[in-house]
Design a protein around this ligand. Structure first.
Ligand code: ZN
Length: 342
């Protein structure tokens, strides 16, 4: 990116009310069959336009074609039975009914490649595409086949790499892996979490990112955050390892979070997507608040490596709030951009 402080979102944006129930996670589709396929594409176009009107520099599909950032990817794989559901504790935090791994996992055909190609046709702006990370995938499943979190993570890393290579060929500029699980399972992050992520990006020439967050603004997450104390130092465990990895960009939650800003120092040399928009609140940040967060981050990341972003996805917010937040992000970045260029 030649533009200073290029803005982007962590991933998901709200869906139109004619496509899915608003402000709900895992919201059921309101359309069916061919109408659903067409509706998803229309929503993707709307979402792109919202980002463009707000002045977002690196655009995405707003995850309009996915019901959920993890399960939709898994639905397309062999070896996972969605009828055979088990209740498991995910992110060590809340119980969810999840599908079961019943045999060897495999990707029989591309999952998002057609959508990525469609998005590529609509814009010349850089495109970022989000995929779930291996550790977050295994943490959103019941494994009745491999009986080993690590083994299953390596299998998913291989599958993600196949998908990522095809997304790159479709013209995606940045491939992002969402790893909220990195904030929870520190020993596994060290033992094999970062290693499986490296396997997922093997051979890619486009830029790669890892998004480590404290999750959507849903109650289970906000309750959990209350237990984490005055300072959230969870990232401290994973960041040094990521600094040494070949991942290009680290995406962190910084707005209204208790993640100490100086933790960014641990990935010095990497690009950092600094979350300057709180997705767990309906209050729209002022541009000056966004600018304040970015200025603080600039103490620990060089200006040419700072990418203003949202803390996490905005799928559970209303469209109006999300729109306001996108505009605030752009306006806040512009304030700091001018200061840097003055
Ligand atoms: Zn997130």
């Amino acid at each position: 990116m030649s533009k200073l402080l290029p803005t982007s979102t962590a991933g998901s944006l709200p869906k139109p009310a004619w496509l899915a129930e608003p402000e709900t996670l895992w919201s059921p589709w309101k359309l069916q069959d061919d109408t659903l396929a067409e509706g998803k594409k229309d929503a993707l176009l709307l979402s792109l336009q919202e980002q463009q009107l707000a002045g977002i520099d690196i655009v995405s599909d707003g995850e309009q074609t996915r019901q959920h950032f993890v399960t939709t990817f898994i639905e397309h794989l062999d070896g996972v039975d969605f009828e055979k559901r088990e209740t498991v504790r995910i992110r060590d935090r809340y119980d969810a009914s999840v599908p079961s791994v019943v045999g060897a996992v495999a990707r029989r055909k591309p999952v998002f490649v057609e959508e990525a190609r469609f998005l590529r046709q609509q814009t010349r702006q850089p495109i970022k595409w989000a995929l779930p990370g291996p550790m977050t995938m295994i943490d959103t499943l019941y494994d009745n086949h491999y009986k080993s979190r690590e083994k299953l993570a390596w299998e998913f890393a291989k599958i993600l790499n196949q998908e990522a290579r095809e997304l790159e060929a479709a013209g995606v500029d940045i491939i992002q892996f969402d790893e909220p699980a990195f904030n929870v399972f520190f020993d596994e992050v060290n033992d094999w979490g970062v290693a499986t992520l490296e396997r997922a990006i093997e051979g890619l020439e486009c830029e790669t990112a890892v998004h480590i967050c404290y999750g959507y603004g849903i109650k289970a997450n906000t309750d959990w955050k209350k237990t984490l104390g005055a300072e959230w130092r969870q990232n401290e465990e994973a960041l040094p390892k990521l600094q040494k990895s070949s991942i290009d960009i680290i995406s962190l939650e910084c707005q209204n979070s208790r993640v100490p800003m100086d933790l960014i120092e641990l990935v010095r040399g990497k690009k950092v997507m600094v979350g300057a928009i709180d997705v767990a609140s309906n209050t729209i940040e002022t541009p000056e608040e966004v600018a304040g967060t970015l200025r603080k981050a600039l103490q620990f990341v060089d200006a040419d490596k700072l990418y203003p972003c949202t803390n996490c996805g905005m799928a559970p917010l209303s469209r109006q709030v999300a729109r306001g937040k996108l505009r605030a992000l752009s306006a806040g970045a512009e304030i700091v951009r001018r200061e840097l260029l003055a």
